[in-house]
Ligand binder design. Structure first.
Ligand SMILES: [Zn+2]
Length: 257
């Protein structure tokens, strides 16, 4: 058996896996890939291709909900966007509505209308985060929001009291501001352990999304949901060789008669 590619670009290599459970795709930023961790950008064009292909193949966008996690009905997919970027709102929302998909944005509650300041020290490009009005529009369009801590904290690297506060206060801040129950949580950097998962459950969340690879079935713990990162095809040995050969071919002198 060949090894499962872990980066989602198109449906072909994922049909078998998607038949085994509920897939949750993970997106971050939309736009042209640039800077360190540029792979966290997906172009609107690639997103559109992915949505069109899923739709043509009979997939429907499922909301993140316990019932959906328990159901075994095939052909469902959950779309998640981490951090709440404005580019996902501007470029993603029209595409989601065109193809009839819904999505959940994991909001950093203490940075609404701000920037991804947690990334700056790594030289990652600043990007604007959705403001309150945009989050309201996002919700009004039928999408969901979830919490992603107050400050994008790495929950396994801070004292337990601080972690508990980051988790519980992020839920309350979103609920107070938007007047809706906030039941879904996502661990920044995917950093989590049993203790942190317990805190998320105690705070009253119903699910927690990790960055562990795979699809979800009723046996996958609700606070360790598996996801699959959507990104450009990674350059395999074969594609590198292919491009070397293509370049060699182009560079070959042409002889004119
Ligand atoms: Zn994040």
């Amino acid at each position: 058996m060949s090894k499962q590619n872990e980066n989602y670009t198109d449906l072909d290599e994922f049909r078998n896996l998607f038949a085994r459970g509920l897939p949750i795709l993970m997106y971050h930023k939309l736009g042209k890939p640039r800077g360190p961790l540029g792979f966290l950008y997906v172009s609107p064009r690639l997103l559109e291709r992915q949505l069109r292909e899923l739709k043509e193949n009979g997939f429907r966008g499922a909301p993140l909900k316990e019932e959906e996690l328990l159901s075994k009905e095939p052909g469902r997919i959950v779309l998640t966007f981490d951090d709440g970027y404005q580019n996902a709102f501007d470029l993603g929302m029209p595409l989601l509505s065109r193809y009839g998909f819904r999505a959940i944005q994991y909001i950093v509650s203490g940075r609404i209308g701000g920037q991804n300041d947690w990334d700056f020290a790594k030289g990652i490009r600043p990007e604007r985060l959705m403001d309150e009005a945009q989050i309201r529009d996002w919700l009004a369009a039928g999408h969901q929001i979830g919490a992603h801590t107050l400050t994008h904290a790495s929950l396994t690297s801070i004292p337990p009291d601080a972690a508990r506060e980051e988790i519980a206060a992020s839920k309350k801040a979103l609920e107070d501001r938007f007047g809706i129950p906030v039941e879904h949580f996502c661990y920044p950097y995917g950093n989590m352990n049993q203790k942190v998962a317990g805190m998320v459950e105690e705070a009253g969340f119903r699910t927690g999304c990790s960055t562990r690879f795979g699809v979800n079935n009723p046996k996958v713990p609700r606070f360790e949901l598996r996801r699959i990162i959507a990104r450009y095809r990674s350059r395999s040995f074969r594609s590198v060789i292919g491009s070397v050969l293509r370049t060699a071919k182009l560079a070959r002198p042409t002889f004119k008669a």
